[in-house]
Design a protein around this ligand. Structure first.
Ligand code: NDP
Length: 479
């Protein structure tokens, strides 16, 4: 039996007093470790530790102290990228080469927010009244609860930790029960960087018990949540009752629109990568690919060639481009979507569990479903697997109508060589991010978040600070 993993509270590793859960390597189906299900008392201890750290000095730490600690954390992420990547790969199955790259990208993300730590300023406000001074301060909110899923375990945690800490908050993070180990490694690195005890805490456990206890805790001042839209709605209900600040980064069903005048070779490759990367387990997966009818056959041929070349296998091998799905339940769900689509559309490749050397893991081949209509279930629901639906369209208006005919609004794409059309369609797509002749790039300097049911708030950029700050107005009367 593997070692029992512990909570990280007030700078110490603590055994859990409640039940335990197991996490499994999705490539092999083998047990990695056991970890505790955080109880309400353990959540309370973590929140108290965060509060004590906030009140006991962290709220007064100078911006340059926060900046230097974050730069040190970024340095440690860089130095440990391969190790952090390996932990993530074993935990959730994304290829090691990609999780290592993701960690290096996270180091840049931390550097970006380290840079903000000493540039968070208020304003002086000219009033009509004589002999007055009015100014604002941008202050940390206090204790932040960060709840993150498993699918990009490194970035999703770092996207919350870095801005929350840059603004001067303390944090209690609860990673997903499906991939809890990366967050523990991050705690290690944050402690090594010099963050004082209690500034960052990690409680392990599941959503319904530990996660729910955390977001209900009265000592929390803000909730930064990433996850599915259904869970996001539950978090929002709690937030409504308790009146907390919140950011919600939720699901997507993004449309990638390919016009006949586009570079079809590049579009086919990027559409494939945009959907199959991380085995389609990406909120920003381009799972609906809208293709102008006149180029549909040529596009499908190139897309199929790309998908055939996309290397599925052991995610620890450096050449592997796609690993397994997270667990058996996810595999069954993905295959059910594809089977249902067989009656009404054409599954042109994939749609099956992979056997042979991969039989013990939850592997499925890249899957392409052609002739999809936007009212089919496969086009409406987030599948969270490597299933790409190709939906034909006749003209620009129809493309925009189909792209926007979804409850989600996380991302979108436009492929065209017509400059005016590129900007026109980008503006008409109802989504927080639109890529033109590209897909997938997310930069720390640019805001990321959802329209419609894909969320509230932004991560990255100056806007990514907002949920972690509150504005105080100070009015001074001269006598
Ligand atoms: P879930 O919504 O199931 O879980 C997300 C997190 O919430 C997990 O830590 C989970 O814990 C926790 N949780 C679950 N129930 C509760 C609860 N009642 N109270 C508090 N916390 C709870 O999402 P998935 O794990 O399925 O992740 C995939 C989803 O995340 C997809 O919809 C994807 O699109 C979305 N996502 C959005 C991103 C964005 O930036 N917009 C980025 C990445 C993913 P546990 O897992 O332990 O149960």
């Amino acid at each position: 039996m593997a070692a029992v993993t512990k909570h990280f509270i007030a700078g110490e590793w603590r055994e859990g007093a409640g039940g335990a859960m197991q996490n499994v390597n999705p490539s092999t189906g083998k047990l990695i470790t056991e970890f505790p299900i955080g109880t309400a008392e353990e959540v309370d201890a973590a929140v108290r530790a965060a509060r004590d750290a906030f009140d006991g000095g962290w709220r007064d730490a100078t911006p340059s102290v926060r900046r230097k600690l974050l730069f040190k954390f970024a340095e440690l992420l860089q130095a440990n990228a391969a190790d952090v990547g390996r932990i993530a790969t074993e935990d959730m199955g994304m290829p090691w080469a990609f999780t290592t790259g993701e960690t290096l990208y996270c180091a840049e993300f931390v550097e970006y927010f380290a840079g903000w730590a000493d540039k968070i300023n208020g304003e002086t406000i000219p009033l009509s009244a004589a002999n007055t001074l009015d100014y604002t301060l941008r202050e940390p909110v206090g204790v932040v609860a960060a709840i993150v899923p498993w699918n990009s375990a490194v970035s999703l945690a770092v996207w919350k930790l870095a801005p929350a800490l840059a603004c001067g908050n303390t944090v209690v993070i609860k990673p997903s029960e499906l991939a809890p180990l990366v967050a523990l490694k991050l705690m290690d690195l944050l402690a090594e960087a010099g963050f004082p005890p209690g500034v960052v805490n990690c409680v392990l456990g599941d959503g319904p018990q530990t996660g729910a206890a955390l977001i209900e805790h009265p000592g929390i001042d803000a909730i930064a949540f990433t996850g599915g839209t259904a869970t996001g709605r539950r978090v929002a209900e709690t937030v409504g009752r308790n009146l907390k600040r919140v950011s919600l980064e939720l699901g997507g069903k993004s449309a990638n629109v390919i016009f006949a005048d586009a570079d079809i070779d590049a579009a086919a490759v990027q559409a494939g990568v945009g959907c199959f990367i991380n085995t389609g387990q990406q909120c920003i997966a381009g799972s609906r690919v809208l293709v102008e009818e006149s180029v549909q056959d040529a596009f499908l041929e190139k897309l199929s060639a790309f998908a055939t070349s996309w290397a599925v296998g052991d995610p620890m091998q450096p050449t592997t481009q796609m690993g397994p799905l997270i667990n058996e339940g996810a595999l069954d769900r993905v295959l059910r979507f594809v089977d249902e689509a067989r009656d009404t559309a054409q599954v042109t490749m994939g749609g099956e569990r992979l056997g042979g050397d991969l039989a013990d893991g939850y592997f499925v081949a890249p899957t392409i479903v052609a002739g999809v209509r936007n009212d089919m279930r496969i086009a409406r629901e987030e599948i969270f697997g490597p299933v790409l639906s190709v939906i034909p369209f006749r003209d620009e208006d129809e493309a925009v109508r189909i792209a926007n005919d979804t409850p989600y609004g996380l991302a979108g794409g436009v492929w065209t060589n017509d400059l005016s059309r590129a900007h026109r369609v980008a503006r008409r797509i109802e989504a927080g991010t639109v890529w033109v002749n590209s897909w997938l790039t997310l930069n720390p300097q640019a805001p990321f978040g959802g329209y419609k049911a894909s969320g509230i708030g932004r991560e990255g950029s100056r806007e990514g600070l907002d949920v972690y700050l509150q504005t105080k107005n100070i009015y001074v009367q001269f006598h």
